[in-house]
Design a protein around this ligand. Sequence first.
Ligand SMILES: [Zn+2]
Length: 359
Amino acid sequence: MDKHFDQYWQAVLNRDSNRDGQFFYGVLTTGVYCRPSCAARTPLRKNVRFYASQEAARENGLRPCKRCQPDANIDARHNLMHEICRYIEKHYQQRLTLALLAEQAGMSPSHFQRSFKAVVGMSPKKYQDGCRIRMFKDSLKSHLKPEGNITQAMHSSGYESSSRLYEKIDTHMGMTPGTYRRGGADELISYASAETVLGPVMIGATDRGICFLQFDDADDRLLAQLNLEYPKASFQPMPIETQPQFDQWIAQLNEFLEGKARVLDLPMDIRGTAFQCMVWDYLVSIPSGTLQSYTEVANGIGKPKAVRAVASACANNKIAITIPCHRVIRGDGSLAGYKWGLARKRSLIDLERRVLVDD
Ligand SMILES: [Zn+2]
């Protein structure tokens, strides 16, 4: 059986209820699937299979265990949390405290916070921010001209002051509203490449952050790829004054790839369609060392039917690792594709698992 699942197996041995809802395990000899915390006798390792979802287990001909009832509570919790999502979407312009939302869910604030995160993949606060930013981007695009409309868009998205908005936009969208309106054209991208354990990497950056981080076995194909991703931009080799910044990014990247740092936190300048940005934003919220299926991501962004579009947004990721599309796999546990080669995807998943176990 795949060594990627060692961590899942450990959770089963520990009957770790914190992992409930994150994966399910099936027992081939009894034909049932369980939650990690199931109190039934621990099956033999060789008879166990792991699934990202109940659907995947059922597709394999398994039925829910009567003892731990893997469907019942989790479905109820899923539905409840999705109801809260709808509530946030309706009231995103208001100040929604954790206490208020927890009361809506009939839970204690800490239990609610944990449940929401487990089901939706991000905190309620981040979800509300996401709603605001989506609405703001939509209204920006729907009235494409005068400067004044930015203020209007801002107010209708529930932002009290422009400084607060720009602060949010910077982390989520990477571009100031003015640039976003112009479609990101006329940008100057500085680039440089370096060697990593995953092979040659190229970083491209605007003055707001990294907009390109990609790998290739052949150094010379990277620049062609950069041109392909940003056909409207102009390019220059990394100027001498920003070289120290570039060296620091590469040092951070290498520390991460060598397992010395748990997270890779680089400034990003994210360019994409509204849908792609929504998917990429969501990917950033998937914790290191964990995996989700394309279906789970589609559910996570509230578009359960958009599984293919989600896969395509992952395939069009321009910023490897920092936007962790390598944490998305097929529901049956197979790796699916990876823009920079399956060997790199496997290395990254292994690496994050190892770091998680060492912690
Ligand atoms: Zn069970």
